[in-house]
Design a protein around this ligand. Structure first.
Ligand code: UT7
Length: 318
């Protein structure tokens, strides 16, 4: 059967890095660095420059992923960009990235699943590849969440950062669940009844009922991990790496505990990146692949939960 295999990955973080202390002082936020670090694990985040767009960050991450894969843009026939912060309402930001990369064939489109965006985009790309409609896909998660923040709302404004990450997928004839390489399983869920718990308001700024989102995240992620283990017949000890969405260290620790994974087997970037929405998973993946932690043949579980609610996971052999 045809499987989607990972050919490369890349990341991009904007140059400006702001610590909790600096942000609290700069914006006059009624909070402390200790509170935000204790409740979330966040110490600092990167912010894009005012004229730096989501498409600029996405393009850089895509170029880095292509270089890592050793492929030119001519090989790519599909771009899927997960973002909540498109450059414009229309056309898609993926179209801008396609043009930036000088790609004149194939097709490109955006996906909106907020913090679950990368897992959604990976799933969609995997389906295109397995049905033969695409052979090489760029899957990008990119967000400039800073443009959605209300600096008067201390319960959200310290949680997010900006960035982008990308992977290159290719089609390969492989075995089933015992495949040596590639995406083995994806599982997506949504429940729109919770629309109002995490959304933008009439001014386009983030509003969140944090404790309710937290409660659902822990439950939903636990259930989807159970589902994945049941469907694949894998055991928690088969998983080499957890590369989770980075919203809160305590949510990540919960999934790690469920999989009985030691801390060294969980890729966490939240302290340095904060929550970069659709970018968080490919940013974490690129970091752990490029520093040599994740090795070819190892089994990775990616999981994410976001507004909508949306949630899901992917199990893949790197
Ligand atoms: O990626 C998309 C999904 N997003 C998430 O998964 C985020 C999930 N939620 C969370 O990570 C947590 O709910 C937060 C980190 C956002 C908040 O932590 P919490 O432990 O759930 O706090 P809380 O919202 O229940 O607030 C507890 C207290 C409140 O004070 P009172 O009402 O108990 O007196 C807040 O006013 O903490 C207060 N508070 C703060 N205090 C200092 C809220 N924000 C701050 C702050 N600094 N920045």
């Amino acid at each position: 059967m045809i499987r989607s295999i990972f050919l490369g990955c890349g990341a991009y973080l904007p140059a400006t890095c702001v610590t909790n202390e600096a942000l609290i002082a700069q914006k006059g936020i009624d909070s402390t660095s200790a509170w935000i670090e204790r409740r979330t694990g966040i110490k600092e985040r990167h912010f894009a420059a005012p004229d730096e767009k989501t498409s600029d960050m996405a393009t850089q991450a895509a170029k880095n992923a292509l270089a890592h894969a050793g492929l030119s843009i001519d090989a790519i026939d599909l771009i899927i960009l997960a973002t909540t912060t498109p450059d414009d309402v229309m056309p898609s930001t993926a179209a801008r990235v396609q043009a930036n990369l000088n790609m004149t064939r194939g097709f490109a489109f955006d996906i909106q699943a907020v913090c679950s965006g990368f897992v959604y985009a990976l799933t969609v790309a995997d389906n295109f590849i397995r049905t033969g409609q695409a052979h090489h896909a760029l899957v990008i998660g990119a967000d400039k969440f800073s443009k959605l923040l209300d600096w008067e709302d201390r319960s959200t404004c310290l949680l997010f950062g900006d960035g982008a990450g990308a992977v290159v997928l290719g089609a390969k004839e492989e075995k089933g669940i015992t495949a040596d390489q590639g995406i083995l399983l994806t599982a997506l869920h949504s429940d729109g009844r919770h629309y109002d718990l995490l959304k933008t308001d009439e001014r386009g700024l983030v509003r969140m009922n944090g404790s309710e989102v937290f409660r659902h995240a822990v439950t939903n992620l636990s259930e989807v991990v159970d589902e994945a283990l049941e469907v694949t017949g894998l055991k928690p000890e088969d998983i080499d790496w957890l590369v989770p969405h980075q919203a809160n260290q305590r949510i990540i620790d919960g999934t790690g505990k469920k999989l009985a994974l030691p801390k060294e087997r969980i890729v966490t970037t939240i302290a340095r990146h904060a929550n970069t929405s659709a970018a968080s998973i490919p940013l974490a993946l690129a970091e752990a692949v490029h520093d040599g932690r994740i090795q070819r043949g190892q089994l990775i579980l990616f999981d994410a939960m976001g507004a909508g609610f949306t949630w899901g996971l992917a199990v893949a052999r790197w």
